[in-house]
Design a binder for this molecule. Structure first.
Ligand SMILES: NC(=O)c1ccc[n+]([C@@H]2O[C@H](COP(=O)([O-])OP(=O)(O)OC[C@H]3O[C@@H](n4cnc5c(N)ncnc54)[C@H](O)[C@@H]3O)[C@@H](O)[C@H]2O)c1
Length: 418
């Protein structure tokens, strides 16, 4: 039994069933687990994790544990912890400090408990563990060899730290691996954000106008899946190239202030602050549903929404009905936190299989390579990215072609032309 602070250890059996289900849908990670169990590449290493405590994360941390590591785990969002999974992990020897619904203070206490275990490697989703180590808990920095980062927002934060010369150990941007963001951010967020909205509201998507804020990897997936369910999709962007991509992908593109008046469902996925801000909230359509799938709960200006409301009522789990002073109603899902994790189960196991296979292989690589790295943000080595793709195809029973010798030679030759 690990050191733990979880909601209820009696939920462990329920959590174990969820973990088994995820294991059955994460064949790449399970292959890596088999190798790790035999070779023990992480023997005696303390790994500190700040990740969404889901059934898929359980498969990852138990894989690292099988490799010989001691794992300490805190949640990376106050509403994303599955309490049953947390209980099961605590019973299997992981140090778990996480429960759903913790306060801001408790959130950082949990991260501090992870830091108390003197991690040699840190694994972040959003960068709160690294940030804590570089601010309030700097005395523990000396133990850390390197870190990994799971999501876009975290990578953005650590790149700023590196640019300002404030990053004190190398970080590998797992998010930026092709086998991560092309699948997890796009198909994972695409499906699970809609899953969260549906579980919370059960509204019909067909015929609704869905406004997607941000047409990055996540936004592309959310827009694609919304259209697939029959929605009229509008995209709001600030990047002209991405806006143009959205136009050519067949979506209407317009400023959020204009979209505010016609949208039925709004989904923010930008990694930016106050994307739905005062001017949009002042014009928002009566009955609009607001959801966020970006990392932090600041994409919708919730303090302003509260300011222009007389009161709110929790009318269904994860649905707050705000009564605006202008007489309109607006529904905020999951308190503006990641709707796919707070109102559903996060990404399907099959995509997390690739994201977390990268994490596991990167940790193994980092242990061997950290000494020759600088305090910068590095991409995932190409060999790891490709290995994950090869393994995933293999487990899906899909074969592909190989370059012939003639093709290889042709591709390396610039003289052959017309
Ligand atoms: N919900 C999840 O499970 C999950 C999974 C992966 C990533 N994320 C998070 O989702 C967010 C987006 O990730 P991504 O990989 O798509 O990032 P990305 O960088 O590929 O895309 C973000 C897009 O948002 C746009 N944007 C920024 N400010 C904007 C504004 N004010 N209005 C409209 N558009 C704006 C940017 O121009 C960019 O095109 C990040 O916070 C990331 O950490 C969440």
């Amino acid at each position: 039994m690990g050191e733990c602070k979880v909601k209820n250890l009696e939920l462990a059996e329920e959590g174990r069933k969820l973990i088994h289900w995820a294991e059955d849908h994460m064949p790449v990670l399970m292959k890596i687990r088999k190798i790790f169990s035999k070779d023990k590449p992480l023997n005696g290493i303390s790994i500190g994790c700040c990740l969404h405590v889901t059934k898929e994360t359980a498969v990852l941390v138990e894989t690292l544990q099988a490799g010989g590591a001691e794992i300490s785990l805190a949640g990376s969002n106050p509403l994303s912890t599955n309490d049953a999974v947390a209980a099961a992990l605590a019973k299997s020897g992981i140090n778990v400090f996480a429960w759903r619904g913790l306060s801001q203070d408790e959130y950082y206490q949990c991260i501090d408990s992870v830091i108390d275990h003197k991690p040699v490697i840190t694994m972040d989703d959003g960068g709160d563990l690294i940030t804590r180590l570089h601010t309030v808990r700097r005395d523990f920095l000396e133990h850390v060899m390197g870190g990994t980062e799971e999501t876009t927002t975290g990578v953005n934060r650590q790149k700023i730290m590196a640019e300002k010369g404030e990053l004190k150990y190398p970080v590998i941007a797992v998010n930026d691996a092709m086998t991560k963001h092309l699948f997890d951010n796009r198909y994972g967020t695409g499906q699970s954000a809609l899953d969260g909205i549906l579980r919370a509201t059960s509204v019909l998507i067909a015929g609704k106008t869905v406004v997607v804020c941000g047409y990055g990897w996540c936004g592309k997936g959310v827009a694609m899946r919304s259209r697939g369910l029959g929605a009229n999709v509008i995209v709001a962007e600030v990047n002209p190239i991405r806006a143009l991509e959205a136009v050519m992908d067949g979506y209407r593109v317009m400023p959020i202030e204009e979209a505010a008046e016609i949208g039925d469902i709004f989904i923010t996925v930008t990694g930016n602050k106050h994307v739905i801000d005062k001017p949009a909230l002042d014009k928002i359509k009566d009955g609009a549903i607001l959801a966020n799938a970006g990392h932090f709960d600041n994409e919708i200006n919730i303090p302003y929404l509260e300011e222009i409301s007389t009161d709110w009522e929790e009318i269904r789990p994860n649905v707050r009905e705000y009564h605006l002073t202008n007489g309109k109603k607006v529904y905020l899902l999951a308190e503006g936190r990641l709707v796919n994790l707070a109102a559903a189960e996060g990404h399907p196991s099959e995509v997390m299989d690739m994201s977390f296979a990268n994490q596991a292989l990167v940790v193994e690589w980092l242990l061997k390579s950290a000494k020759r790295l600088e305090n910068k943000v590095y991409p995932v080595p190409r060999e790891i990215d490709e290995r994950v793709a090869i393994l995933k195809l293999e487990t899906m029973g899909i074969k592909i072609d190989e370059l012939t010798d003639v093709q290889k030679e042709y591709l390396e030759n610039w003289k052959e032309g017309t």
